[in-house]
Design a protein around this ligand. Structure first.
Ligand SMILES: CC(C)(COP(=O)(O)OP(=O)(O)OC[C@H]1O[C@@H](n2cnc3c(N)ncnc32)[C@H](O)[C@@H]1OP(=O)(O)O)[C@@H](O)C(=O)NCCC(=O)NCCS
Length: 226
């Protein structure tokens, strides 16, 4: 992208939004502000950038602010993928963000927009779906297929030749052992878990070895504000 014409906006002005602002700026992206639905954020400035309006303002970004690209910092899988798709409908580009210290094999098959933070590694013949986000020091081994909208938190390790289905969410420091075949759609792997067998769709597992846990709150799909 020609730096003179690059005008980018971050969706989400929370902690991850601030992180995106720092990393994107470090990498020479011209970020002009955030979109966020939080009422208290409106008309304020975070880390030197204004909140331009709620996320529904995606539709006016191009004409009002001459914005061409958006990055979505939202950690909730469903919302992140949804807003990326909405942005494209309004003619906005949704570039990848790959921190310069991340190592992505040229033989990784990238299916859409994804974000990867410092120190993460993806081995050859992995496949990465649209709207995925990997935090710092995440390791993804070879031949693993990651479907759209998945998230892996800091220092998680995902073994080889498995399938992470849509919206799978892997907590901080978790390990998913090679030999596991499937992490089911919308499952949640707790912090520090060691997963040694397949995980069903919508299951919440935690512990070593990981087991379904007694949780008083079901893992529900987040609501999306339009
Ligand atoms: C797994 C998780 C979603 C459960 O959250 P929750 O539904 O609020 O669960 P609770 O805190 O009510 O705990 C329920 C039970 O599971 C246990 N538990 C919760 N998280 C656990 C974990 N990560 N490992 C082992 N046991 C865990 C609790 O000790 C409790 O056990 P008990 O019933 O014997 O007392 C959450 O603890 C977790 O690990 N989230 C991931 C956090 C993370 O990685 N954040 C990164 C942000 S970038």
């Amino acid at each position: 992208m020609n730096k003179n014409s690059d005008r980018s906006v971050i969706i989400g002005a929370g902690f991850y939004g601030e992180l995106f602002k720092s990393y994107l700026t470090e990498c020479g992206v011209n970020v002009i502000g955030y979109l966020d639905d939080t009422p208290e954020y409106q008309n304020t400035v975070k880390r030197g950038l204004p909140i331009l309006g709620p996320i529904s303002d995606l539709k006016i970004l191009k004409n009002k602010y001459k914005v061409n690209s958006v990055y979505c910092s939202i950690g909730e899988n469903v919302a992140r993928l949804y807003f990326l798709k909405e942005a494209r409908k309004f003619g906005l580009q949704t570039p990848n963000f790959i921190h310069p210290t991340a190592i992505i094999s040229p033989d990784v098959d990238i299916k859409g927009t994804f974000y990867i933070m410092p120190g993460s590694v993806i081995q050859p013949y992995a496949q990465i779906g649209d709207g995925c986000m990997f935090s710092m020091n995440v390791a993804i081994a070879h031949h693993t297929i990651i479907d759209d909208g998945c998230f892996a938190s800091s220092s998680s390790t995902i073994g080889a030749k498995m399938s992470l289905q849509k919206y799978a969410w892997v907590g901080i420091g978790a390990t998913v052992m090679t030999g596991v075949k499937i992490l089911g759609e919308n499952c949640l792997i707790g912090a520090g878990a060691v997963v040694i067998s397949d995980v069903s769709a919508n299951a919440v597992v935690a512990g070593v070895p990981a087991k379904r846990i007694n949780t008083n709150k079901l893992f529900v799909m987040p609501k999306i504000s339009k």
